[in-house]
Design a protein around this ligand. Structure first.
Ligand code: PBG
Length: 375
């Protein structure tokens, strides 16, 4: 809030260059005018004082609040994550995520159609892979007609105006539930990246618009970019899960896709980030930007708004937040108990992501929020 060329204390012009030549001023008056403006913290040194200044004036009525609002939510801010399962039977409810379903391909198409009608630009797809398709080497991940790729092809055909995002990570496909290959109890980096490349290429073949590496292996963004380009997929975008933390907030998601039982007591701390770290998130993002990421993501969402803000400030490129399953479930559980007003809290939390600097939010509330906004 420093006004250029003015010290907020004196309100007088203090630009050195013009004042140097300013004849006639001597002694203390000259000193005062040529001094660097003092650093002013607007929080403690407002641009005026009560009672002339009353911040409540702008807040008094609805039209005025709307007029001065710094951020606004719209359906274009949301990306809808959705689960798809095998089989033609009906969609299944996910107990830990009320209102979210494991879809069949036909019910997924209905969901995507509704999302498109509401103006939601993109859908992020997560397959629920049957146990018998999981393996140590995760070969299912790059099979051309695996569940994920069939769903992509069907969605692209039925709802071509909807952007499609696929996770690049092996956790739906490994029998141990980790995002990478395991050798001797260790998640091996470079061997995993070789498989991720094949997975991303198979997704591109199926027609995906954006690949989203969520595995947190080192160097994968660059190698995926090179592989996509070599295969002629220059237009396929990369949204990197650049700052993805080892978080307890993923619990309901792992139940939804069935990787929880596979993972057992294991955790992902050797590749996902330590919640204690902020500077490291900047390094992760810097590498992914250098390797060719088109967009960055910070995950989870609300507890990590400081990271989101820093990443946006630092890189000035599209940055997305993932309001993850546990965040969704907390709101739904509290609302079901009558402890929170669901609609109010859903819209408030999404707006807070925008204030922090998000260009968009992956949220299981995408449809309910878009509906609320269109009322
Ligand atoms: C898999 C993946 C996870 C999520 C998105 N992709 C879970 C994990 O890393 O264990 C979490 C999403 C959510 O909790 O909503 N790599």
């Amino acid at each position: 809030m420093q006004l250029s060329g003015f010290s907020m204390r004196s309100g007088r012009k203090t630009q050195k260059s013009s004042l140097k030549e300013d004849a006639g001023l001597t002694g203390r008056s000259r000193q005062a005018l040529t001094a660097e403006p003092a650093a002013v913290n607007p929080a403690t040194q407002p641009l005026g004082q009560f009672p002339r200044i009353r911040l409540r004036r702008n807040r008094a009525v609805d039209w005025s609040r709307r007029m001065v609002a710094e951020n606004r939510l719209g359906p274009q801010d949301f990306i809808l994550p959705a689960f798809v399962k095998e089989g033609g039977a009906k969609r299944e409810a996910i107990p830990a995520m009320p209102g979210v379903y494991r879809h069949t391909i036909p019910s997924l198409i209905e969901l995507a159609t509704r999302a498109a009608e509401l103006g939601i630009p993109a859908l992020a797809l997560f397959p629920v892979v049957p146990l018998e398709r999981k393996s140590t080497a995760a070969e299912e991940a790059f099979r051309a007609d695996n569940l994920c790729n069939r769903a992509v092809a069907a969605l692209k055909k039925a709802v071509p105006e909807m952007g499609l995002i696929c996770d690049v990570a092996l956790d739906p496909y490994t029998d141990h539930g980790h995002d990478g290959l395991m050798q001797g109890g260790v998640i091996v980096n470079d061997e995993t990246v070789d498989v991720l490349i094949r997975q991303a290429l198979a997704q591109a073949d199926a027609g995906v618009d954006i690949v989203a590496p969520s595995d947190m292996m080192d160097g994968r963004v660059g190698r995926i970019r090179d592989a996509l380009d070599a295969a002629g997929y220059q237009r396929v975008q990369i949204m990197s899960y650049a700052a993805k933390y080892a978080s307890g907030f993923y619990g309901p998601f792992r139940e939804a896709v069935g990787s929880k039982s596979a993972l057992g007591k294991g955790d992902k701390r050797t590749y996902q980030m330590d919640p204690a770290n902020g500077d490291e998130a900047i390094r992760e993002c810097a590498l992914d930007v250098a390797e060719g990421a088109d967009m960055l993501m910070v995950k989870p969402g609300l507890p990590y708004l400081d990271i989101l803000h820093r990443v946006k400030q630092e890189f000035r490129m599209p940055v997305f937040a993932y309001q993850v399953s546990g965040e969704y479930s907390m709101v739904k559980a509290a609302a079901a108990n009558g402890w929170l007003d669901n609609n109010r809290v859903v819209l408030e939390s999404l707006l807070c992501f925008k204030r922090a600097g998000a260009d968009g939010i992956l949220t299981y509330s995408a449809i309910e929020a878009a509906e609320l906004l269109s009322e």
